[in-house]
Each structure stands twice: as C-alpha cells, then as structure tokens.
Design a protein around this ligand. Structure first.
Ligand code: URA
Length: 263
C-alpha cells in the first residue's frame, strides 16, 4: 500500500514526521536509487527501496521506549556540533533512538527516548498536553504572590525556531515573541532562610524552550537547579542519575492516552 514518504520514514524510527520532511528537503533520502526532495512523494514499502543517508530503511524493527534519568552536563540531541556529551552516550542500544522533547544541558531528570517517530510527533504536539513535573530550586524566599503569578501564567519571550517543540514552525525567524504561559500547578516544597533558597514543584503541560527557567525569571527568581521528576505520572525516583530502563507497554499507552489537563 502506498503512503507518504515522510510518514513511512517516521514510522521506521528515523525521526519525527516534521524532521523527516526536513531530511527529504535536504536530499538525504533516496527512493529506488534516486534522491527525492518532493514532500508529497508516495512510496510503496513492499516494492520500493528507500534509503536514508545511504542506509536502507526498514520498518520491521520493534519499537523501543526508554526512560533515562538524565544527569546535568549532557545535551539532548543525537549529534552535537560542538562535540559535547549527548544523552545518547548514556543509552547504548542498537535501535536508532531519538529524544522525545528536550531537557537543557543543566537540567536533570526524566527524558524518554524512542525509535518510534510517530510517538515523538504525538507526544511533543502541543495538543497532546502531557504534564511534566519539575522540582526547581530558586534563589531567595519565594513569596505567595509570585507563586500565584506562576500558577496563573506569566509572560515569557521565546524564539520560534528555538522552540523545543517544532510543530508549525517555519522559516528562519530570529525575532522573539511574547507568550503567556498556561495555568500551572505550583507547590512550595521548602524554604530555607539560612541558605536563602526555596524549592518548588511545578507542573506544566507545555514545552516552550527553557520554559520553567523563564517562568521563574519572569517573577524575578534565579533558578539554581532544575530536575524533571515526572512525565505524566512516570517518574525517575527509582533510577539513579545516568541510568535508564525500558518503559512497559502500559506506560507507553498511558502517555499516549492519558493527557491530563491542569485546571
Ligand atoms: N524548562 C526548562 O527551563 N528547562 C528544561 O530543561 C525543561 C523545562
């Protein structure tokens, strides 16, 4: 049966559908020996030979879903142009996996990696609204009105092309845009007058670039440490930093089906 080339590539675990479109436009994909740069191209995987970067693509391989407790100091990318350590240095599997969304180099915690491009697409799409829960240590003693602002939504600046979730982003726009964050759950876990720090738990269901850091900065708080404890209700407290495990099928289904909205 015929299907669109980018859909076939995503299902084969190359990357998200959007990224596969970029790969096609960049001339990295061949069909029956010929480079194809046309996004509407249809293929018949039973008959056509499809290659990505010179290697034949087959989508018979099993999908894997991995939960990593990312330590700080690793970049969330497949290949870093500056030669820094990437999260893939921590997860050695034979499948061609990619991170689902992103954690900053200096953020630790829960990160999913998979070879299922459709999963990446669905889970990172804004309409999926999966919750992500962070513990954040900020400088100073947080005030009630600051917590209220964080709960209701604060104004942050974002560069469209730098957004970790690249749906509906096009062109090379370098301007930043203002954005009001959606309601978040915010709990004060601890305040320490002596050390002059506060620890918060923040749950959001968006994925703007450096969103939690920018939210805290918007209420005048410098972030000292940021750790993602949970994606949906899948947490990393039983995984040491730098360790990973396979997700169970029911956990994958829960992520796909259990989008929890914050009221
Ligand atoms: N928010 C941030 O500021 N950084 C992350 O890595 C994730 C969410």
């Amino acid at each position: 049966m015929e299907e669109r080339l980018q859909k076939y590539l995503a299902e084969s675990g190359i990357a998200s559908r959007r990224k596969c479109e970029e790969y096609i436009l960049q001339g990295k994909v061949k069909v029956n020996g010929k480079t194809v740069t046309e996004l509407g191209t249809k293929v018949n995987p039973q008959e056509d030979k499809i290659e990505f970067e010179g290697k034949e693509v087959n989508n018979q391989q099993k999908n894997v879903y991995i939960l990593l407790n990312k330590p700080i100091g690793y970049v969330t990318t497949v290949d870093d142009q500056f030669g820094r350590d990437t999260v893939l240095n921590l997860v050695k599997v034979k499948e061609r996996i990619v991170p689902v969304g992103r954690l900053d180099m200096y953020t630790s915690g829960a990160l999913i990696l998979t070879n299922d491009g459709d999963f990446v697409y669905k889970v990172t799409h804004p309409k999926h609204e999966i919750t992500k829960t962070y513990t954040v240590t900020v400088k100073g003693i947080i005030q009630k009105d600051e917590v209220e602002q964080l709960r209701k939504g604060v104004k942050i600046e974002e560069s469209p092309e730098n957004n970790s979730i690249n749906h509906n982003k096009n062109g090379k726009n370098t301007k930043t845009e203002s954005y009001i964050t959606k309601p978040a759950k915010v709990k004060i876990l601890k305040t320490d007058e002596e050390k002059d720090i506060s620890r918060l738990e923040i749950t959001i269901h968006e994925g703007k670039n450096r969103q939690v850091r920018k939210m805290c900065e918007a209420v005048g708080r410098k972030v000292l440490a940021l750790h993602r404890i949970k994606i949906g209700d899948i947490g990393v407290k039983d995984l040491e930093l730098g360790k990973w495990r396979y997700l169970k099928q029911y956990e994958v289904n829960k992520i796909l089906n259990g989008n929890i909205q914050i009221k």
